[in-house]
Design a binder for this molecule. Structure first.
Ligand code: GRF
Length: 214
């Protein structure tokens, strides 16, 4: 089998998806290695980054404020990511929109995980949007990142029920349990070549829905 695929994981917050990837790798269920974890926020404002440092993972911070404008920040982010030579970039709760310089280098091999069944409820507070819309089924989506907000080609989705007594936090927690299974699995499939972005063919498993849309 090929060497584990090198990941750069971009984070801004808690990092439960980062933990899930690391746990799956440790369990031998995800054929990847985490080359670096990069944030737009320092470790004092990003739990995921301090967690990664604590585990001895290489980390870096690329804060927008340290750069003249968005274009300069985007170029700096692309440079920092490139320094770790990733096969795949994973946006796991990264709260910034990546720009043209980043996409020129890493478009087509950058994944995002989003807490809704896209194209429904893109952007912020997706679980809250789902509850407000009254839908009875929501879920999570792993997709390729393009220049839009949560608009790139869908790779995989998992569905969860929206219960009548749900609030946004409870629904988000239920969705996240599926994110934590789906994201490492998609990374694994890309790492092993079972899921090919060219062919768009994904294995089937466990009632999770995998889209051959790419
Ligand atoms: C996840 O729900 C993900 O779908 C969204 O941001 C959240 C990040 O959570 N993009 P965590 O930081 O991985 O816990």
């Amino acid at each position: 089998m090929a060497d584990p695929i090198a990941l750069v994981v971009l984070v801004s917050g808690r990092g439960s998806n980062l933990h899930a990837i690391a746990e799956a790798i440790d369990a031998g269920a995800c054929h990847a290695r985490i080359a670096a974890v990069i944030s737009d926020r320092g470790p004092d404002r990003c739990e995921a980054l301090s967690w990664a440092t604590g585990r001895g993972i290489t980390t870096a911070t690329v804060p927008p404020k340290a750069h003249a404008d968005r274009t300069a920040w985007d170029a700096a982010l692309a440079e920092e990511v490139a320094a770790h030579a990733p096969g795949l970039v994973v946006l796991a709760g990264f709260m910034k929109i990546v720009g043209p310089a980043f996409l020129q280098r890493f478009g087509g091999r950058t994944l995002n995980v989003h807490p809704s069944l896209l194209p429904a409820f893109p952007g912020l507070r997706a679980p809250e949007q789902a509850i407000a819309a009254g839908v009875r089924i929501s879920g999570c989506t792993v997709h390729l990142v393009d220049a839009g907000v949560d608009t790139g080609p869908i790779l995989a989705q998992a569905a969860v029920p929206v219960r009548p007594d749900d609030d946004a936090a409870r629904l988000h927690a239920r969705i996240q349990r599926h994110e934590h299974r789906l994201l490492p699995r998609v990374v694994h499939w890309l790492g092993t070549g079972e899921l090919s972005l060219e062919r768009g063919i994904a294995p089937e498993a466990d009632g999770v829905l995998y889209s051959p849309s790419v």
